[in-house]
Design a protein around this ligand. Structure first.
Ligand code: COA
Ligand code: NAP
Length: 277
């Protein structure tokens, strides 16, 4: 994975002494979010099912950042795994300041080929998994006046074909972001979401779009990078965002707004001056 580095934009020491717990931090977007946080002084615990993959990612990130990333195997569908992961994190580091709920599963599936179990599986990983990990870590986030980022998507803003399972899960996650912001704000915990658009070189993009995404379909005229999500992560966890809670920030170069624009027929466009952008 390409290196993620936000130290040209934010000060390098802003998360010194802070501990991040991140589900899904062994690959893709959440690995980039983790790496960025560690470059700014945080220590990180990453959790997912595949320990070998996690361990390799932790070693690579620790080396690249000269920081500390620690892997713990856990399935976010199993609260007992998460209770153990949180206990191990506390035993090792003493506190948890930041939580990223990023673990997710997805695939394209038309309604007729989406089984009962397939729908349930995605809801269990994305939505219940986010609830489970937050529940397990909550007392520690309260104790540190911590902050949470839930990783969402834009699928449900428009109703994306073959994506009802992931869209429903992410819509639920967006709801949790708001409910938690209101309920946990008084005890000092901020809760926000990041909704990435299509992000280059990720499992999610290859599953949903292959390599077929045309940058010209995106108003900013390029496909998103993990770095774009990392920058937003550092901002949302920083003091710069201390008055922001309950918001899901779309980081997609305008992609979902563009896809929800009407496709005007040529016959109509022919009568519109300068209609070719
Ligand atoms: N299309 C339709 N159904 C699918 C599917 C696909 N491409 N892939 C899996 N399923 C179904 C399975 O057939 C099964 O349903 P069934 O019991 O009725 O046959 C159900 O989903 C669960 O599959 P299983 O492989 O047992 O689940 P798992 O817990 O081992 O894995 C997944 C979870 C399916 C989400 C798997 O793709 C995964 O681990 N993904 C993680 C990585 C990822 O998706 N990254 C992108 C994030 S955006
Ligand atoms: P990814 O690399 O596949 O990340 C998903 C991670 O979740 C993996 O590290 C996986 O690790 C972990 N995971 C899956 N099931 C788990 C479970 N049951 N318990 C614990 N961990 C589990 O995919 P990505 O594309 O970077 O996606 C990261 C996040 O961004 C997801 O929330 C996704 O929905 C969101 N997103 C991505 C895009 C995109 O373009 N890629 C767009 C919008 C939103 P293991 O296999 O080791 O468990």
């Amino acid at each position: 994975m390409a290196a993620v580095d936000t130290t040209q934009i934010f000060k390098t020491d802003i998360f010194n002494g802070k501990i991040l717990l991140c589900s899904g931090g062994g690959s893709g977007i959440c690995r980039g979010m983790t790496e960025a946080m560690v470059r700014h002084g945080a220590k990180a615990v990453i959790i997912s099912r595949n320990f070998e993959k996690l361990q390799k990612a932790a070693e690579e990130m620790s080396k690249a950042t000269n920081g500390e990333v620690f892997p713990i195997q856990a399935d976010v569908r199993k609260p007992e795994d998460l209770e153990k992961a949180v206990a191990k994190t506390i035993e090792k580091y003493g506190h948890i300041d930041f939580l990223i709920n990023g673990a997710a599963g997805n695939f394209l599936a038309p309604f007729d080929s989406l089984s009962y179990n397939a729908f349930r599986t995605v809801i269990e990983i994305d939505l219940l998994g986010s609830y489970n990990l937050t529940k397990a870590a909550l007392q520690h986030l309260r104790a540190s006046n911590g902050a949470i980022i839930n990783v969402s998507a834009t699928l449900h803003y428009t109703g994306t074909i073959f994506q009802q399972h992931a869209g429903a899960a992410k819509a639920g996650i967006d709801a949790l972001t708001k409910h938690w912001a209101v309920e946990l704000g008084p005890s000092g915990v901020r809760v926000n979401g990041i909704a990435p658009g299509p992000i280059a070189s990720t499992e999610g993009l290859s599953r949903l779009a292959g390599d077929m995404l045309d940058p010209e379909q995106i108003p900013i005229q390029r496909v998103g990078e993990v770095q774009d999500i990392a920058q937003t992560t550092v901002f949302l966890f920083s003091q710069g965002a201390s008055y922001i809670t309950g918001q899901t920030i779309v980081v997609d170069g305008g992609h979902y707004l563009q896809t929800s624009s009407p496709a005007y027929p040529q016959s109509v466009l022919a009568g519109v001056p300068d209609s070719k952008l």
